[in-house]
Design a protein around this ligand. Sequence first.
Ligand code: ZN
Length: 369
Amino acid sequence: MNNYIVILAAGKSKRFHNKIAKEFYIYKNKEMIDHSIEKSLNSKLFKKIIVVSNNPNRLKKKGYPKLVKIIKGGKERSDSSLNALRYIKKFKPNNVLIHDAARPNFSINLLRNLINKLKKNKAVIPYILPTDSIKYKSQGQLFNLNRDKTLLAQTPQAFKFKDLYNLSLKKNETITDESTLFIENDYKIFFIKGENKNKKITYLDDVKIHKTTFGIGFDIHKLKKNKTLYLGGTKIPFHSGLQGHSDGDVILHAITDAILGAIQKKDIGTYFPSNKNQYKNIRSPKMLKPIIENLYKNNFSINNLDINLICEKPKVSKYRNKIIKSVSNLLNLDKKRINLKGKTVEKLGLIGKEKAIACEVITSITNYD
Ligand code: ZN
């Protein structure tokens, strides 16, 4: 094992538009650069891990193990990479991997695979296939590139140290990756399948976290003989129906409150006060509708609903599919995201004596803005 890895983190993050340099941006609970450093350490494949940064002092304070060496970056990417190659030359390395800290999502398996393939090759590069159509512009003319013959090169890229070092010394133009040097000098490159998740983080949008929140709702209504029973917006055959200012649909009321809770918009009574005559005998789907429309219009998405219907009768198992289908239609939400559980109360209290039905709902909602 005579492998070294260079992690480049000296870019200017110009397209990232954030006050924090990209490598120090908190991504998946740690500074972005730490993903690459920790994976390199955990792989146990490297004698040294060289991190090239414009802010070496900040990194040195982080107390990495001794085999992590922090050095100062150069003006261009290729200067930074050459600084690192010059530093490791004295250890007489066989293999060197060059990696961009802006790709925190590679796997340790990819590192192993790259080093393995270096036994018979001078350069091993991971690639993925483009999914967009590609046009090439040259001297005012446009050309279509055949997507099936186009490769997108990723990092880490693996090289025999000697070859990369020699090519780096004689290069004289700006490059965006080290494999460019090999291609321009007609060296053979061995391509291996890269990883789709190993995307380069370039824009702040690439790391934007969509906020997920939870909401809880509870409702209870008295049962009254010879009234229609509505549960989840659908009629259920029963000797009694629920009494209330509206149709008393405990499931829809609890769902509405859970949704309003998740988006911090108070409760159903705020929008449909029970002292207002205009809402007397209103059907609950009518109350839910504007709230749902507003929810989707503002780019929220419901991840799931978990519903506990608390009653002695009717038996939930008998009407589960019917209720879920109705709720799914009203919320424009896939049935798979809705769970309905029946819960009896051992014949205790008003609910046990079939004088009332209660419902509680919990929901998780994500904002995709
Ligand atoms: Zn209610």
